[in-house]
Design a binder for this molecule. Sequence first.
Ligand SMILES: NC(=O)c1ccc[n+]([C@@H]2O[C@H](COP(=O)([O-])OP(=O)(O)OC[C@H]3O[C@@H](n4cnc5c(N)ncnc54)[C@H](O)[C@@H]3O)[C@@H](O)[C@H]2O)c1
Length: 267
Amino acid sequence: MTSIEGKTAVVTGAGNGIGRAIAFSLAGAGAQVVVSDVLADDGERTATEIADSSGRATFVQADVSDAAQAENLVATAVDRYAGLDILVNNAGVGGRQLRLHEVEPEDFDRVVDVNLRGTFLCSKYAIPHFLAQHDGRIVNTASTYGLVGAPKAPAYCASKGAIVNLTRQLAVDYGPDGIRVNAVCPGYIDTGLGRRGPTLTPEQFAEASAVRERAAARQPLGRQAQPAEVGEVVLFLASDAASFMTGSIVTVDGGCVTTFNYGDASN
Ligand SMILES: NC(=O)c1ccc[n+]([C@@H]2O[C@H](COP(=O)([O-])OP(=O)(O)OC[C@H]3O[C@@H](n4cnc5c(N)ncnc54)[C@H](O)[C@@H]3O)[C@@H](O)[C@H]2O)c1
């Protein structure tokens, strides 16, 4: 039931981390995958490695926050594979770890532009193709930070919370047209985004990594996940196995948001 043989999928932010793993999961289940990223070398590498492991993939460079590039991404996918069936809005950035009064307006805008506007733009250009065929599947990568307040991440939390409710809203508008829209909310995933902020020194990086490991160890499953553990859930949501799911917000978080974080109080 999780076969998506012959389907065409666009995955944004697929040069690294979770997006890369999603691209591998979809290709492994038989899809032809349009790997997209703002970073050409990283995206090319993902597409080449999928092709080297008997999958079908091609790379299209795009900054998802740019309308013309998002439109070109979708148009190129449709041209190359004669259609489009699956869109995974995964590209995202974290921003610097600051409280709101310390955040520069342009830094706030950048996080919202990539995470939320990018999701809007790619969906906007993909949905007409889905409407024409009365079938389409969108999976958005939100975050547990879109479900709860987290420290020093105002733009990130706001953008991910918006993606959560945009997912529900799109499910309402497009369900009657055969288009399913769902989101995953990853918790602590062992990726570049998870391990480092955008402007950390090596010392800050090491400290951030240690803090992250300790935080993950306090969650019910007690560890960070590997990106493939998110990729397989996205594959499920994109496949016919999830044929009655739309508007669902699926946590992939080792239990992070199911419980109060007791810290040392439970000892
Ligand atoms: N790693 C985690 O713990 C975690 C947790 C929850 C949610 N997420 C979300 O998962 C998604 C992937 O994160 P990741 O951890 O794999 O990060 P990552 O930094 O490893 O990969 C993100 C990819 O997105 C690309 N990207 C950044 N800006 C872009 C843009 N404007 N246009 C196109 N591509 C762009 C980057 O080049 C990179 O290849 C993000 O949406 C992130 O918010 C990650």
